[in-house]
Design a protein around this ligand. Structure first.
Ligand code: C6P
Length: 411
């Protein structure tokens, strides 16, 4: 059950790492798109596993192994329900979004994509949703095509029909851009992709974090996301896939626990999801991700979305009013998530970040692993402030003060 009121100040107190000073100033953490902070509930779940239940999963008959296996599989079920998967077996634990996309590219792609086939991406993508497809294209002779961006960093979908054809095998698209915050119309793209028989792979690294995701409603075929961006641990993520597709796919990696029977020359595979989880998995990570889902559900994804929208409206107004500052990305709050990418006059984004850091403010500077986006805007890098449930309007005010200081230095 979601909590009845949304109180970011109280929520913030549940994140131990936010309660510290950096360079003599109270920490203002505005880098959650890179990785979020972790609430006490998640840290406790990790401790509980290591302190009481630590054992390998699906391998032992003893009590600790039983407990660890139950907690690990229970987390799978909770994460599955959270995104409205049809069944827990559709949840494959991975190291994160990157590994999840690579899994689809290799396990589905190598079996289903051939010379002359096409893979449709967008210029908005994170490198994790470009490079795996480039590798696949190189190995199969397939061709990559791109949906272009408009001046606000939104996908230009007017010519989507001409980009898609019976040759298109895969459409791989982000739910939300990490570099600009653009929210993509995934449902619309999916309908068009399915009409030509292509599968749709969604990079949800910045999507599931901020909005309620219902994979059945979205209608996509694969949805990938990372635990560490949604209050969970690093090194754990999810590939959700339609059961029929997962069943038909070859394994991604070989090793322990992904087999049914091993012979000298040939082996047979365990059923989904274990077919894709070779070797000892990140047990603590999965349990921590389950705890993160519980935490976010208790607060309520809708309440988080309302809070972030309010915060973004305030940030765009205040930060956008700084002379010489350019904000990149969609102007409409309906089309953007909790990411504010910007430049300030001639100040290099790395200098902006360094000056803000001296004030205890953490932002990211660079190309954000989205070099095609940077090229589109004709910049090498931007500074990026990204917000989450624990940020407040006071944080925005501190950011504005810090940026005024940057302006003074570079004036
Ligand atoms: N973006 C950022 O600062 P991993 O590293 O596998 O958890 O997630 C990769 C990834 C994929 N897609 C998108 C849209 C992402 O934002 C990220 C991670 C971080 O923006 C680190 S580069």
């Amino acid at each position: 059950m979601p909590r009845t009121d949304f109180d970011p100040i109280a929520i913030r107190k549940e994140f131990p790492a936010l309660d510290q000073t950096v360079n003599g100033k109270p920490l203002i953490y505005l880098d959650s798109a890179a990785t979020s902070q972790k609430p006490r509930a998640v840290l406790d779940a990790l401790d509980a596993y290591y302190e009481r239940d630590n054992a390998n999963v699906h391998r032992g008959i003893h009590e600790l192994s039983r407990r660890a296996t139950i907690a690990y599989e229970d987390a799978r079920g909770r994460v599955g329900s959270w995104i409205n998967a049809v069944e827990p077996s559709e949840i494959i634990w991975t190291r994160g979004t990157t590994e999840a996309i690579n899994l689809v590219a290799m396990a589905w792609g190598l079996d289903n994509v051939g010379k002359g086939d096409e893979i449709l991406l967008s210029v908005l993508e994170h490198h994790s949703n470009i490079i795996p497809w480039q590798l696949l294209a190189k190995r199969t002779g397939a061709k990559l095509r791109y949906i272009e961006l408009d001046e606000q960093g939104r996908l230009i979908l007017d010519d989507l029909d001409s980009l898609l054809s019976r040759r298109t095998k895969i459409v791989a698209i982000s739910h939300v851009s990490n570099a600009l915050g653009t929210i993509n119309p995934v449902k619309r793209i999916t309908e068009a992709a399915h009409a030509v028989g292509a599968i749709v792979v969604v990079d949800g690294a910045q999507g599931a974090v901020h909005t309620k995701v219902d994979v059945q409603d979205l209608g996509v075929d694969f949805y990938a996301f990372s635990g560490h961006k949604m209050c969970g641990p690093t090194g754990i993520g999810v590939l959700w896939g339609r059961r029929a597709l997962l069943d038909a796919m070859s394994p991604y990696q070989g090793g322990g626990e992904m087999i049914h029977f091993v012979g000298r020359e040939e082996s047979t595979w365990a059923s989904v999801p274990h077919k894709f989880e070779a070797g000892t998995p990140n047990i603590a990570g999965a349990i921590g991700m389950g705890a993160a889902v519980d935490f976010l559900s208790e607060i309520g994804m809708d309440a988080i979305a309302v809070h972030e929208r309010d915060l973004m409206a305030y940030a765009i107004e205040k930060v956008g009013a700084i002379p010489g500052l350019t904000i990149y990305g969609p102007t409409s709050l309906d089309e953007r998530s909790a990411v504010l990418s910007f430049s300030l006059g001639d100040a290099h984004p790395h200098d902006i970040s360094t000056i803000l850091d001296s004030d205890g403010i953490a932002v990211r500077a660079g190309h954000h692993c989205a070099q095609l986006v940077m090229k589109h805007f004709g910049v090498a890098a931007t500074a990026r402030a990204s917000f989450y449930l624990y940020n407040t309007k006071d944080d925005v005010d501190r950011l504005v003060d810090g940026l005024e200081q940057v302006r003074t230095i570079f004036a």
